[in-house]
Design a protein around this ligand. Structure first.
Ligand SMILES: [Zn+2]
Length: 406
């Protein structure tokens, strides 16, 4: 199969698995961890700019917590069995929502604080029986980009719309094209909480959020507590999965008895908007590997710049160039003549966005001759100019390797 992320993941040394750790429990090698970290930094910064506050909460919770949230009744097939600790029973969390609901509830809340946007890149777990060894798409340990917006009913549509815009912008910066926007509705069967009025209300609001957005309604794909907007991607074999999601939820605030004090001095129940920009880091990176064939956008490439001294004489200048790149926040390395002839080193660096060739002429002039991954060869330019330009392009999440985004 073309660009299977499992094959490329091994070839490019991004991640791997070990039977001793277990199926569905991949670990990240330095190159893959660099991609993942770039993605985490991107998401946290996008959230910070959009007015989210970050929290951090434990990956375990008491069984009782999930009985209250409804996971125990509606989702336990996907949960790991509880662990007994003395008189308590704790479980690996199947979602971050209950912890965030408790963070909202940790003190009295006023309408002046709403919308309160709480975000976390946190661990969650799924007892995937069919965890395919060697892949990132069916895993048992998941790092989720999650957030919950606690708001008034009047604010819910605007907040969900803003979340959808954040998702669209991220897809552009990541070079991802979703296959469809989907309104996921409940289907037959008892896995959904029963409250027709709440379902209808949430469905109506999500319909408003999606007005003007091309989408399809699909039954049987809702969360157990409510309908959701899912942004679907497809793998090279055409198998669809959900990357990003936005949900408007009346159920969890009810279950956890969430309240805020309104302008009228009375107590009101907030609405909870759940949203994920890139879903789990595992699935997002799997998709990025397949979409880009390992040639990631420069801002998330494991190595962004490689310095190629033509002979041993230029190694000191090449090392200085690498140091300046590293100082400017870039991931750069040196590939000297000991790694082979220049042609072979250029081929080895074919997935690196920027190769800087340094011969006697460049070394003497304090310059580098850049070769871009897309085949462009630039005239020699001063080292400072090259470093500044590359750092500027990666900071702006430019998809083009030389032209800054408008
Ligand atoms: Zn949630």
């Amino acid at each position: 199969m073309m660009n299977d992320h499992r094959k490329l993941g091994r070839e490019l040394e991004l991640f791997d698995t070990d039977p001793l750790i277990g199926a569905g429990l991949p670990y990240w090698l330095p190159a893959g961890a660099a991609v993942r970290q770039a993605l985490e930094d991107y998401v946290r910064e996008a959230e910070r700019r959009a007015g989210y506050q970050h929290v951090s909460s434990p990956v375990l919770g008491k069984k009782e917590l999930y009985q209250i949230s409804g996971h125990w009744d509606h989702y336990s097939d996907d949960m790991f069995p509880p662990m007994k600790v003395g008189a308590e029973e704790v479980v690996l969390r199947p979602s971050l929502c209950p912890h965030h609901a408790l963070i909202f509830r940790s003190r009295g809340r006023s309408y002046r604080e709403l919308p309160l946007r709480i975000a976390e890149l946190g661990g969650m777990y799924r007892s995937e029986l069919s965890g395919v060894l060697g892949g990132l798409t069916r895993v048992r340990a998941i790092q989720l980009n999650d957030a919950h917006i606690f708001c008034t009913l009047d604010q819910a549509v605007d907040e969900a719309r803003a979340a959808l815009e954040l998702i669209g912008r991220a897809h552009r910066d990541l070079g991802i094209r979703p296959v469809r926007y989907q309104l996921s509705l409940p289907g037959a069967g008892g896995k959904y909480v029963a409250n027709p009025e709440i379902w209808e209300r949430a469905r109506g609001l999500l319909g408003e959020v999606l007005s003007g957005v091309d989408h399809v309604a699909v039954e049987g794909e809702a969360a157990f507590y409510g309908p959701k907007i899912d942004v679907q991607i497809a793998d090279p074999a055409g198998r669809e999965s959900t990357l990003s999601t936005v949900q408007i939820d009346f159920h969890q605030p009810e279950r956890f008895g969430l309240e805020y004090t309104g302008a009228d001095g009375g107590r009101h129940r907030p609405v909870m908007v759940h949203r994920s920009i890139i879903g789990s880091l595992e699935r997002a990176v799997a998709h990025l590997i397949e979409v880009h064939g390992g040639a990631f956008p420069a801002w998330m490439a494991p190595v962004q710049v490689v310095a190629l001294p033509i002979s041993e004489a230029e190694i000191p200048e090449a090392a200085t160039f690498v140091a300046r790149c590293v100082d400017a926040g870039l991931r750069a390395r040196l590939a000297g003549p000991e790694a082979g002839g220049l042609g072979a080193r250029i081929r080895d660096a074919r997935l690196v966005p920027y190769s800087a060739v340094i011969g006697a002429r460049e070394a003497g002039a304090g310059a580098v001759a850049l070769r871009l991954r897309d085949g462009r060869k630039l005239d020699a330019m001063p080292v400072g100019e090259a470093v500044q330009r590359i750092a500027g392009l990666t900071a702006a999440h430019a998809l083009d390797l030389w032209d800054a985004p408008a």
